[in-house]
Design a protein around this ligand. Structure first.
Ligand code: G6P
Length: 606
């Protein structure tokens, strides 16, 4: 949540900041701001409530500089207005700070050190910048020493990614992080910082990691990394092999539609990356060896990734026969269940940065338990800190509502379950032709995205007016119901729930009124008849029932028919119409599909 950029050493500063912020807008979009300094005596602070376009519109031609910092915000402290937007600055207008995260002890710091200072905002960030100023002016410290003192005073449970500028050293960015993501970008003659690699990819593909509790000083031709004890550290750079245009919308009205459409290609890419010519999974043997020693797999994730984990658990149990449970990271992190003797952890995270998931991983590492992160972002925090990583190869996902990352996560889980089962010599895994099945999935997805018009018609007919809606199913169809309902509620604001269809009668059926949409997902032979009966029960109470059914289980009146694939990976297809139904419902209501209210794509606060 919140995106940060900074650059020093170029007269393109303003355009680099704005371009970077636009690429980070997925991290928060309720207000934005920049501070730039021309190093010849002029500086500018421009902030606006609302989207980056509002900020851009406020820039006049004279706003130019040789260094600057920028921020796009997802409010945690104080409403999203101009005063609370970042950069926050000190009372004497010497220091400017952008921040992503939450300072848990900001009230204590304010009380103890800043009772004489008049505050302009309600943010925790302003406390930090005022405190740096206080230590510099009142205690006669230099900026570095003052910042270090502040960093030491910030409580350990706080999270931050900071970029600080001092008007008296206008070519220097002071940078530090704890828990929140931040990278240095190495340019030619100038250097940058950003919350992710994509925000800097137009300028460079060479990056440097920053670890928690380091102070990094970024200058045009030099980057210094030190521990809080002034010990200088050497850090190698790494390159990211990604086309910056991969994050462009092209001719699509919204990223979400582009990302839904990309799913067949993502499936084919995963086949290429992970399955050899003979269909044998190419998975690191060390990973398989560690997994086979486990007596229980724990899958941890949030939001859509948690839902992908629900499907994965069934795959691991079926093909590798290892008991598997799935946990919401924000629950697991603070209320840990009793664990088995030999646990193995699988972290699912599109971004690789979700704060609650990271909290669990820190604990896992403290206990030296082995782990795997399945993520879309190479070198992300969860990827760097887990024992193993498998990448999703889905390309940048920009829309807040996750689509292609979900299907990529399920596909990677299917490949891994097959690989592990084969490694263990299990027959079910040997019989599961994952390469052939994923090829069928890719074709099936293509057929579904090609029939958008029909799905749009269903959305406008059935979902545009009702206040609430239900997705129901059993087993894997229930897992998909949860994801389908999440898609609908997050972007169209229809109050949608996913239910185990057998549970409806135990309470929820009381909510069914005339024309309440109830969408049944039917892809599992064992439970298809039961789910159909449950749908009928709701129809008898006035529900408007719709069905998404696999061809081999389909009936004449079904609303959407899915091409047949192995039932174990049917979620890869049944989720696609649900994604499209949510998209068209949101579109029909004239909402901003990619940036739904109150949400952000990367949740880096707990
Ligand atoms: C946010 C996003 C969701 C995502 C969740 C977990 O809520 O809007 O799309 O599923 O975070 O994110 P992760 O990056 O860990 O998968």
């Amino acid at each position: 949540m919140c995106g940060i950029v900074g650059v020093t050493g170029t007269n393109k500063t303003v355009s680099i900041l704005i371009d970077g912020l636009k690429r980070l807008e997925y991290r928060g979009y309720d207000s934005a701001g920049i501070y730039v300094n021309d190093q010849a005596g002029k500086d500018f602070l421009i902030k606006r409530a609302g989207r980056i376009t509002n900020l851009e519109a406020a820039l006049t031609p004279e706003v130019q500089g040789m260094a600057g910092i920028g921020h796009t915000r997802w409010a945690t402290h104080g409403e999203p207005n101009q005063a609370n937007a970042h950069p926050q600055y000190s009372a004497d207008k010497r220091f400017y700070l952008v921040h992503n995260g939450v300072i848990e002890n900001y009230k204590d710091l304010k009380e103890e050190y800043l009772s004489d200072v008049k505050f302009k905002s309600q943010t925790d960030t302003e406390v930090i910048v005022q405190l740096v100023d206080k230590f510099v002016t009142a205690y006669d410290m230099d900026t570095k020493a003052a910042l270090l003192k502040v960093l030491r005073l910030i409580s350990r449970d706080s999270s931050y990614a900071f970029a600080l500028m001092d008007k008296e050293q206008p070519d220097t960015l002071y940078v530090a992080k704890n828990k929140s993501p931040l990278l240095v970008g190495i340019g030619k003659g100038y250097n940058m910082v950003g919350s992710d690699a994509l925000s800097m990819l137009n300028e460079t593909n060479e990056f440097m990691e920053i670890e928690d509790h380091e102070l990094v000083i970024v200058q045009p031709d030099h980057v210094t990394i030190e521990s809080f004890d002034n010990e200088e550290k050497h850090r190698d750079t790494f390159t990211v092999d990604m086309d910056p245009n991969a994050a462009d919308k092209g001719a699509y009205p919204f990223y979400m539609l582009k990302e839904i459409d990309e799913q067949p290609a993502v499936m084919r890419r995963l086949v290429q990356e992970y399955l050899g010519a003979n269909g044998k999974p190419q998975i690191d043997e060390k990973l398989l060896a560690q997994m086979q020693e486990a007596d229980h797999l724990y899958i941890v994730g949030a939001g859509t990734s948690y839902h992908a984990g629900l499907v994965g658990a069934r795959l691991f149990e079926r093909f590798a026969q290892i008991p598997t449970s799935v946990h919401i990271s924000s629950e697991f992190a603070y209320e840990q269940p009793l664990l088995s003797k030999k646990p193995f952890f699988i972290f699912l995270s599109q971004s690789g940065e979700t704060a609650d998931s990271r909290e669990v991983l820190v604990h896992v590492n403290e206990n030296k338990w082995p782990s795997l992160t399945i993520t879309n972002v190479d070198k992300s925090t969860l990827s760097r800190e887990a024992t193993h990583t498998l990448l999703l190869y889905a390309g940048p996902e920009i829309a807040v509502a996750s689509t292609k990352a979900y299907t990529a996560q399920v596909a990677v889980e299917a490949i891994l379950a097959k690989a592990l089962g084969e490694y263990l010599g299990l027959e079910a895994a040997q019989k599961f032709d994952v390469k052939d099945e994923l090829a069928k999935v890719a074709n099936g997805m293509q057929a579904l995205v090609d029939s958008k018009d029909e799905i749009e018609a269903i959305a406008s007919h059935a979902l545009s007016k009702p206040r609430n809606a239900f997705y129901i199913g059993r087993g894997l169809d229930w897992s998909v119901s949860l994801e389908a309902a999440l898609k609908l509620k997050e972007i169209s604001y229809v109050q949608a729930e996913g239910f185990a269809s057998g549970e409806l009668k135990h309470g929820t059926i009381a909510l069914i009124e005339k024309n309440t949409p109830v969408i049944g997902i039917i892809t599992q032979s064992r439970t298809a008849g039961l789910t159909r009966s449950n749908l009928e029960e709701t129809a008898a109470r006035g529900a408007n029932i719709l069905t998404i059914a696999s061809r081999h289980l389909a009936k004449e009146d079904d609303s959407i028919i899915l091409p047949d694939v192995d039932e174990m990976i049917s979620p890869l297809l049944s989720v696609v119409p649900a994604q499209l139904l949510a998209y068209y419902t949101s579109l029909g209501k004239g909402l901003d599909v990619d940036k739904p209210r109150n949400l952000a794509k990367s949740v880096t606060v707990q």
